[in-house]
Design a protein around this ligand. Sequence first.
Ligand SMILES: *Cc1c(COP(=O)(O)O)cnc(C)c1O
Length: 411
Amino acid sequence: MSDNIPSYFQSSPDAEGYYGRFGGNHYPPELRSALLELASSYQELHKSPEFHHALNKVRVGLQGRPTPIHYLENISKQVGGAQMFIKREDLNHTGAHKINHCVGFALLAKQMGKTKLIAETGAGQHGVALATAAAYFGLECEIHMGEVDIAKQSSNVGSMQLLGARVVPVATGQSALKDASDSAFNAYIEQHKHALYAIGSAIGPHPFPMIVRDFQGVVGREAREQFLSITDGTLPEHVVACVAGGSNAMGIYTGFIDDPDVILHAVEPLGKSDELGQHAATLSYGRPGTLHGARSIVLQQDDGTPAGVSSIASGLAYPGVGPEIAMLHEAGRLSVAAISDEEVINTFLRMAKFEGIIPALESAHALAFAIRLASQRPSSERILVNLSGRGDKDIGYVLENYRLGDQPDLS
Ligand SMILES: *Cc1c(COP(=O)(O)O)cnc(C)c1O
């Protein structure tokens, strides 16, 4: 980054919360004052060294940051192409990157004089991370979760309850992430005087995508510095992240977006097939639309309503992307790929057997793509993958549905 070239972040988003033609605030007028209050409180606190000092204390002690970068030596050797490295967000307390912005929102809520945090959750990772932050900061917590996900993720539900959160079951629509999001946002509209909505990803109306990106940016800032020191001052050629709303992706991209030579890869879930309803590959198959209060790219049916989605990873089953991801895609800054459920399972098993790491099914999408990319690139190139979370939550599901004999034997 040269000192006289302005950083990408100086102009993104614009004053109205737009990233190019995406973003903005398309929520009911009764929420306007709450969103303005949030934006102005955040602008103030974001500049305050005390706020960052307090946040950093929690990042180190409660979360366990910084998380390391690790070389995937065994799989890199098996593949015989580019070298793969992982940023170990799976080592965060509660097991995923989501806590990076949950502790930020909890601290914001505290400073704004709010007494409660509200959010939705898909796989339960965001709910557990937020309930953890709420417990630490002494805030009430209300988590909206689809009934299908509640059935699939019972241990996360138990954790949230132990941490003192109220889990609200959602039975509308597909009873999954999008429906939980709608339900949580409605609860926020009703309770915004004393509650703050701690959204699960870099989505929603302005200023949510910006706040989530900024809090997740710790991943990329650390990763850039760590990579430079591991490799004697060179950057990776490729940075890879899975994308639902784009919080872990924007987090790691933050460290490299001002470096045009670093290719940023966005990996989407291709689910069971490329037929609408069978996947959640929004950038690959969606078109411009409005979802959860922002203009973005949305997977839609012919009549414009959001399409049903499917992915083996609950945390990726979302029919949209955050507005900044939509803009970066349209601007040609992202390289997009989609990975099927089957490839995800193979990678999940392969990571466990050959690297001793059980990745979240969400993160296994990014790893599966990295393996594919590595096989096509020379050994002089380096691929940095954001390993967004650990797979403990997925072990039961995988063991029930797949035979371990299906495991690739590449030793
Ligand atoms: C929620 C989740 C994701 C997807 O969300 P993004 O906002 O797109 O990052 C990815 N990985 C894990 C482990 C998750 O829990």
